[in-house]
Structure formats: structure tokens, C-alpha cells
Write a protein that binds this ligand. Structure first.
Ligand SMILES: Nc1ncnc2c1ncn2[C@@H]1O[C@H](COP(=O)(O)OP(=O)(O)OP(=O)(O)O)[C@@H](O)[C@H]1O
Ligand SMILES: [Mg+2]
Length: 361
């Protein structure tokens, strides 16, 4: 898709008046654009499907499929929706500018055409497209970088942790109290650092499109059960009630969905830690004929009005001193749910617990 850098741009002109086509064709080929031309909407849709151009100049008034309709169809298809469309309108046509933008056009050019104007408008759109593509590549590079770095850091940290452990085991007793405290701080800090690195790694993993999803049908309830059991072991079986609806099957990428559930349940567990009778629930309900899954807790909750950026990385609603965390969990969950074509939303109140709902396509 990066062919834009190699040449000036591949433009498709669609107009049912051959003279118009010829005029634009000559103008643009002289400017060294690669130009294709077709005479009606149907041909246009075919040409785009065979080879998507970088830009389309689209006449509005055409028999059968008019320009608005062609544009609407292009925008409805994921494969063609990003191709910019500039509308061509004659002065005496009843041209509806608002409608042109509403159906997804990015600009319009009025007939009779003025050479300079056509070139400037075309070049504007192509520049925008170049920048968008560059941004996309940069983002992908950055994500791959995040993945790599957090992965490598994790390995090094594991080594530091092992050495600290050995140091303590073998020589701890021979050290004085001050030195022992140092080692203890070392252990605490590297454990915290490990958590942050783990979170970052998961976030970049959930985003990495180069890691293909593997779709399976599996028992979501058992997955929840296993995660919850780990909490139980960690907290030494402290009185916490878990209600898990059994045998809920879903289709999705198990590895990613596990990360999402771990984060949601980890939050539910964390934010009920200081509650009298903590209760965490997992289940399913139907909304508009769609399966919706939820993780519900009766913890400290939060003020929904302050939660607009809840799914943005590093955004937290509680102070670090009260509840530890980096603020990456929910950003990761959202990315994973979206990669499955689903949605995530919540219901919460201060001291009234929180419920996170999600769908999977
Ligand atoms: N079940 C919940 N109850 C109350 N507040 C929640 C709940 N889940 C999330 N939040 C709020 O949303 C914030 C963001 O959650 P997120 O999981 O992204 O980060 P975190 O848990 O603070 O850190 P991390 O998950 O990276 O360790 C939390 O800090 C908290 O303020
Ligand atoms: Mg979290």
C-alpha cells in the first residue's frame, strides 16, 4: 500500500460525459499522475475492487448509480472505505454539498474545471493520505518496539530477581539489619517493576496486529474459575464470595481473552479488598439478541462522570497509595475486546461496586 511514495498517485476518474473524462485525464496525466477512467458507477466499483486507487474523482450526476450512492457503497466496505473521494459537480446540477460530505466525500470540485484548482485539491488529499500512511507505519513500529522492549526487560528482570533471591538465601543471615533492609527494598521494587513490565507487555501484545488471532470455541466459565482460584491461593482463602455462571461457551482467541479476564477479575479483586463482605460475580445476559458477559463486584466503585478516560493507558481513578496499579489493565481489555469486534462498557457508583460488560462480535 505504500506505492504513493514511489509515484505521484493512482487516480480513478468517474464521469459519464466523455469530454469531461478526457479533459481531466489529460490534465492529470500531464502532472504525471497515473490515471484510470470509467464511465459509470458500476464500472467504478469494479475498477476499485480490482485495484484500489489512491484517490477517486467522482461525478455526482450519472444514470443508474449516482455519485452519492457509489460513495456510500465504497464507504460501507472495509476494504475501500479509506480511499478519499472528491466529488465533481456541474454548476447547473442540484449539488448538495452537505450530502456529499455526509456520504463520506472529502472535497468537491465544480465544473468547469480550473487546472490549478483541480491540482491543488488532488494534491491536498494525496498529501493527507501520505501522512496517514506514514503515521500508521510509525504506530506499528512503535507497537512492535514496545513489545520487544518489554519482552527483553522482563527477561533481565527475572535474572535480577533470581540473583537477589540467591543473595538473600545464601548471605542474608551474615548481613546486618541495614543491609537486609536494602535487600528487602530491592525485592519489593523489582516485584513492582515486574508488574509494570508485565502490564506493558500485555498491552503491546493485545495491540500487535502482527500476532494473528487464533479463534476457538471454549468454556469461558472454566477460564474464570481458574483465574479466580489463583486469587484464592494468593489471599490464603480469605472470605470472598465468587459466583460464576457455569458453562458459558464463547468463540475467540483464548490467549487474548484470558488476558482480558485476568485484568477485569484482578480489578474486581483489588477494589473489593477493603470491603466487609466482598462478592464477585461472572455471568451472561442477553441484550438486543446479543450475548453480553459481565464481571460484577461490590467494591469501592467509582464516579462514572469522572471515568471518561477509563480505557486510556495510565488513567486511574484511585490513588496509588490506596490501590496499587499502573492503569494499563482496562486499556488492554478494550483493545482485546475490539479486536474481537465487540464492545465494552460499565456501570458503577461510588461505594456501590462496578460492573464491566463486554460483547464479543
Ligand atoms: N472494578 C473496579 N472497581 C473500581 N474501580 C475500578 C474497577 N476497575 C477499574 N477501576 C478504576 O479504573 C482504573 C483503571 O483500571 P486499570 O485496570 O486500567 O488500571 P489499574 O488496575 O489501576 O492498574 P493495572 O491494571 O495496570 O495494574 C483503576 O485504577 C480504578 O480507578
Ligand atoms: Mg487493573
Amino acid at each position: 500500500m505504500n506505492k504513493l511514495n514511489e509515484h505521484r498517485g493512482d487516480i480513478l476518474i468517474v464521469d459519464d460525459v466523455p469530454e469531461n473524462l478526457q479533459l481531466l485525464f489529460t490534465m492529470l496525466t500531464e502532472q504525471e499522475y497515473e490515471v484510470r477512467r470509467v464511465l459509470n458507477g458500476k464500472q467504478a466499483l469494479n475498477a476499485v475492487r480490482v485495484e484500489p486507487p489512491d484517490l477517486i474523482l467522482l461525478d455526482i450526476k450519472m444514470p443508474e448509480l449516482d455519485g452519492y450512492e457509489v460513495c456510500r457503497q465504497l464507504k460501507a466496505d472495509e476494504k475501500t472505505q479509506d480511499i478519499p473521494v472528491i466529488f465533481l459537480s456541474a454548476l447547473n446540477d442540484t449539488f448538495d454539498k452537505v450530502k456529499a460530505f455526509e456520504v463520506g466525500g472529502v472535497d468537491y470540485i465544480s465544473k468547469p474545471f480550473q487546472l490549478q484548482e483541480v491540482i491543488i485539491r488532488v494534491e491536498n488529499q494525496l498529501n493527507l493520505l501520505r501522512m496517514q500512511r506514514e503515521l500508521k507505519t510509525k504506530n506499528e513500529e512503535l507497537e512492535a518496539f514496545g513489545y520487544r522492549v518489554s519482552h527483553d526487560l522482563r527477561n533481565h528482570l527475572t535474572i535480577i530477581n533470581s540473583i537477589t533471591y540467591l543473595l538473600n538465601q545464601k548471605y542474608g543471615k551474615t548481613l546486618n539489619e541495614v543491609a537486609q533492609n536494602y535487600i528487602e527494598s530491592l525485592e519489593e521494587e523489582s516485584e513492582r517493576m515486574g508488574e509494570i513490565i508485565e502490564d506493558l507487555w500485555r498491552l503491546s501484545e493485545s495491540k500487535s496486529n502482527y500476532l494473528d488471532m487464533v479463534l476457538d470455541s471454549f468454556n469461558l466459565s472454566s477460564m474464570v474459575e481458574k483465574i479466580v482460584n489463583k486469587f484464592k491461593i494468593k489471599s490464603g482463602n480469605k472470605q470472598k464470595e465468587f459466583i460464576i455462571e457455569p458453562d458459558i461457551y464463547v468463540t475467540g482467541d483464548q490467549r487474548l481473552i484470558k488476558i482480558a479476564l485476568e485484568n477485569l477479575l484482578d480489578n474486581a479483586n483489588k477494589f473489593t479488598a477493603k470491603i466487609e463482605q466482598p462478592r464477585i460475580e461472572f455471568g451472561r445476559l442477553q441484550k438486543n439478541d446479543q450475548n453480553v458477559y459481565f464481571v460484577k463486584d461490590n467494591g469501592v466503585g467509582f464516579e462514572p462522570k469522572k471515568a471518561e478516560n477509563l480505557f486510556t493507558p495510565f488513567h486511574r481513578l484511585h490513588r496509588k497509595e490506596t490501590f496499587t496499579g499502573t492503569g494499563i489493565g482496562l486499556a488492554t481489555v478494550k483493545k482485546i475486546i475490539e479486536r474481537h469486534g465487540g464492545n465494552i462498557w460499565y456501570d458503577a457508583g461510588v461505594n456501590q461496586g462496578a460492573t464491566f460488560y463486554f460483547s464479543l462480535a
